[in-house]
Write a protein that binds this ligand. Sequence first.
Ligand code: ADP
Ligand code: TRP
Length: 319
Amino acid sequence: MNSDKKKRLLTGIQPSGRPHLGNYFGMMKQVVNLQDEYETFVFIADYHALTTVRDKEKMHENILNMVIDFLAIGLNADKVVLFQQSQVSEHTELCWVFNCITTMPFLMRAHAFKDAQEAKKKDITVGLFDYPVLMAADILLYDAEIVPVGKDQKQHLEMTRDIAEKFNSMFGDTFILPDALIRDDVAVVPGIDGKKMSKSYGNTIPLFAKREEIERLVKKIVTDSDGEMPKNVYAMHKLFRSEEELAPIYESHKGRYGDLKKILIEDIDAFISPLRERRAEIAKDINKVKEILNNGANIARELAGAKMRLARERLGLLL
Ligand code: ADP
Ligand code: TRP
């Protein structure tokens, strides 16, 4: 039945390093939870990662690792279209079209650009400046309705909607306005210093961390207390257990930060160890991983190609 047609969900992640608990709870897990309910597209944003990764071996490795990570957490490659952004040339093609209707002052409002400017970085590239426009192209090419992301991407989604509206009003309805899907409880997962967990702050716990690494990192969690509550330890613990479960534990271990950290280490390790095992299995067959990406790119290219033709037609480029 047509009314049963699933809505389309799409998201991307940059292959810029190992994913961490913030990526997992903020975005990756949402996708796995929703993959049956939505027609799901997940891509590796390798062109976006070029703004920071300039090492051939690293890039290659990061891309494959990110795909393996997604499969290991339960992304079902038989259902989900999983692909590499750079394999579908329409992303950069549509980005150019959007560049021609997007103003510099509009892009100057982007947080990432403003942060770089405030830090007085002299090497801000055109790619970093244009990052939100490529992201708009990623999303709008596929008529995505729902885009699961962490809160740091909220502004990018708003900019995507603005760009879609602008194109639609200039050239006629062509693109669907997507909604960000941001879960309040995990919108900003804190890192071991209490600030937003991020690859760029060196405060992460990697999603596939080994036991020793988990121990070392949890021990480093800054124990600023709120009364007798070590709030950074608790904030991380909440990812793994309900508040009801945690209340008696924190009550009976008042002020004993070291013991609470030990319990947290056990909880994180119990969660990660089956994932690590599944990951090791999947990593044995790299050809299979590449095949998944190729199949995904073939499907993505069809849709992106059709949308790009429509855009060209609306622009007066088709003779
Ligand atoms: P990072 O900041 O570590 O470089 P990315 O930019 O690669 O992370 O983010 C990938 C996805 O994970 C995005 O949807 C982003 O919003 C989400 N995300 C990243 N860090 C967090 C966090 N600490 N809490 C919640 N979501 C996050
Ligand atoms: N900017 C996103 C991040 O850093 C990654 C990304 C690129 C993305 N294109 C996207 C996310 C399209 C969602 C949809 O996390």
